[in-house]
Design a binder for this molecule. Structure first.
Ligand code: NAD
Length: 276
């Protein structure tokens, strides 16, 4: 079994971006001070410096009026000094992610929230994809893992991971021709699918959910998207006991997370190159 270093892959992507020397800016808009959101913003800030990208933090109070938040988002849309916008989650209850998705300018929408950017995924004419889903593709690509012909089981059908990843793994544009099984909370006998997988992607959000008993004898590749806390300690969706039954695995921390941030910056470059 080989441990995949997401940090190394992230560094390689960030180096490529830094070498482009584009001098671009991202605004990270958020309300409140959720600790996991703040730690994610901190990690983006640190890596943005290495990528030569300016990350501008726009913080509004937790109890901000919805109209004021949306007004700020429109201002960022119209600000020529801002090339990309991220609306950080979780949003407080008075704010609505669908409204945000409708307002954000698709040319600056580096998190792929807008209907326009997401719709392009279905028709395989996409410019960008949600960064976590694309990070999984980047990991497989950087590790020279063939996707074509593989049976890939994704666990989790969220809009930011499972669903877009299904489209990316079967994308003709990317020359990815996997056969994908998309599992979720109502899937019966999950192990029936995972035991036959060449690659398992776990995006569930439950600490150490996937155990040895879910893994077949064929040494699958394990990609762990989950970020959870178990007794205050960060962990993934895949129990480390599974690693020895795999051929490759991504650890948590240091796996998908850092690649997601680098992929977000890659999205900024792609949108800029398309629309500038
Ligand atoms: P989500 O809550 O939107 O979706 C979770 C999915 O898991 C759902 O589709 C649900 O059907 C499925 N699920 C829940 N229980 C299940 C079960 N018992 N069996 C099978 N499927 C089950 O979550 P999300 O936003 O997709 O995030 C998933 C995880 O990935 C979280 O831990 C999140 O923190 C993490 N995450 C990591 C990154 C990163 O950069 N590494 C980015 C985004 C999210």
């Amino acid at each position: 079994m080989k441990k995949i270093s997401g940090r190394k892959i992230s560094q390689k992507i960030i180096e490529i971006i830094a070498n482009k020397n584009k001098k671009l800016s991202i605004a990270a808009l958020y309300a409140g001070n959720d600790p996991s959101m703040l730690s994610y913003i901190k990690s983006k800030k640190k890596r943005s410096i290495n990528a030569g990208i300016e990350l501008i933090i726009v913080n509004m109070p937790e109890n901000v009026e919805a109209e004021d938040f949306y007004k700020k988002l429109r201002e960022l849309n119209n600000d020529n000094g801002i090339n990309g916008i991220i609306v950080e989650k979780p949003l407080p209850s008075q704010l609505d992610i669908r409204t945000v998705a409708g307002i954000i300018d698709h040319k600056k929408d580096i998190d792929c929230l807008s209907y326009s950017n997401n719709g392009r995924l279905i028709s395989d004419e996409f410019i960008i994809a949600p960064s976590t889903a694309m990070a999984v593709i980047n990991i497989l690509k950087y590790e020279n893992i063939e996707i074509k012909g593989k049976h890939i089981v994704i666990i989790g059908r969220s809009e930011i991971v499972g669903k877009p990843l299904l489209l990316l793994l079967t994308s003709k544009k990317l020359n990815n021709h996997a056969t994908v099984t998309l599992c979720h909370s109502r899937t019966e006998k999950l192990e029936k699918y995972t035991k036959n997988a060449d690659i398992i992607v776990a995006a569930i959000g439950k600490a150490n959910f996937l155990k040895n008993t879910y893994i077949g004898e064929n040494k699958p590749i394990l990609i762990d998207v989950g970020i959870n806390y178990d007794n205050g300690k960060i962990c993934g969706d895949i129990d480390p006991e599974c690693y020895e039954r795999s051929s490759f695995y991504t650890p948590v921390p240091g796996g998908v997370g850092p690649v997601t941030v680098a992929t977000l910056f890659e999205n900024l470059i792609k949108l800029n190159e398309k629309y500038d």
